[in-house]
Design a protein around this ligand. Structure first.
Ligand SMILES: [Zn+2]
Length: 120
């Protein structure tokens, strides 16, 4: 069976074995994400976590949600100028939480089942 340039390689594998990572055969691909050219690629966890699409989406979510949460939680302190030392760790953590949530959500959506098809 012929596939177009690795686009559907994982879904063609009916042996129950996950395909190798498209960025090197060092590990099994457990996720299918959109590559830089828009075509789907099959990646291991490490390459999925560092893929441009996943990182860019998570950073966007973190910027929007983190800013809203910071305004809600520390807005009064910011507005009054009464900054406390605890803001040095609370504010970065406020941005880290939506980044992690967006990343985990992306991983869940992109996760391949054992026979190479996306999870439902
Ligand atoms: Zn990899």
């Amino acid at each position: 069976m012929t596939a177009a340039a690795g686009v559907s390689r994982a879904s063609e594998d009916e042996s129950g074995v996950l395909p190798p990572c498209d960025r090197g055969a060092h590990s099994f691909a457990r996720f299918r994400v959109e590559g830089d050219d828009g075509a789907p690629v099959h990646l291991c966890l490490r390459h999925t976590l560092s893929s441009r699409r996943v990182v860019r989406t998570a950073l966007t979510v973190a910027a929007v949600v983190g800013t809203v949460l910071t305004a809600i939680n520390q807005g009064d302190q910011l507005a009054s100028g009464n900054l406390q030392a605890a803001m040095l760790w609370k504010t970065p953590l406020t941005y880290c939480v939506p980044y992690c949530v967006a990343t985990v959500s992306a991983l869940r959506v992109a996760q391949l089942r054992r026979h190479g098809l996306p999870r439902r």
